[in-house]
Design a protein around this ligand. Structure first.
Ligand SMILES: [Zn+2]
Length: 208
């Protein structure tokens, strides 16, 4: 392929940065694309779903050099329109919120030689796979999965799960898949599997 060669630009490669809440997924994605700003004749594009209201806070981060494009998560086809020829790398945060149409979008862009890096949750609040992520992970050339630190008092084990709390109590198993933090007394905390099991026995009986 003609054009810029760099270890930061890998045509046709899919990279996935995943983990629970507070595993620095967005930061890892930003760190991945940050060096590209210094590569001549190369550019990248950063995309996040409109549903993610925290985006406005991230844009105020002085360390954040990238301009984020917000795309309606129910219209993933919009991504294809945003991507220009000069965009060698496409970074997409909170990938789990997009509709399944994004899978075909990404496949097409990869086949065109784009390097795609996505970040998001691999597991939902029930500890079950997010569908989009579960379908992307087997196609990835590179997977960077990191744990957070369990926030349960005096625990501190590696947290691979994200606990949803409603008024500080574990959410019921049948509560909606998407509920944003800060609304309706919703909080999220990284938790290890041992604490998740202790806290959600009512859920466990439905899983096992
Ligand atoms: Zn724990």
């Amino acid at each position: 392929m003609q054009g810029v060669y760099s270890s930061y630009i890998r045509p046709g490669n899919l990279e996935v940065y995943c983990g629970p809440m507070f595993s620095f997924k967005t930061q890892r994605l930003i760190d991945r694309v940050r060096p590209i700003q210094h590569i001549p004749k190369a550019d990248f594009i950063c995309i996040r779903p409109k549903i993610d209201v925290r985006g406005s806070e991230i844009r105020q981060d002085p360390l954040d050099f990238a301009k984020w494009y917000f795309v309606d998560e129910t219209k993933s086809g919009e991504i294809y329109k945003l991507v220009k020829k000069e965009h060698k790398v496409i970074a997409i945060d909170e990938i789990q919120f997009f509709d399944k149409g994004i899978l075909l979008e990404l496949e097409t862009l990869l086949r065109k030689g784009k390097n795609i890096a996505v970040a998001g949750f691999d597991l939902d609040f029930k500890g079950e796979p997010w569908e989009i992520m579960s379908l992307l992970l087997p196609k990835a050339n590179f997977i960077d999965k990191k744990a957070a630190i369990c926030a349960y008092p005096f625990c501190g084990r590696d947290a691979t799960r994200t606990q949803r709390l409603i008024k500080r109590a574990p959410a019921p198993y049948d509560s909606p898949l998407v509920m944003l933090e800060g609304t309706k007394n919703i909080d999220y905390e990284p938790r290890c599997i041992l604490i998740i099991l202790c806290q959600e026995n009512q859920n466990l009986s439905k899983i096992l």
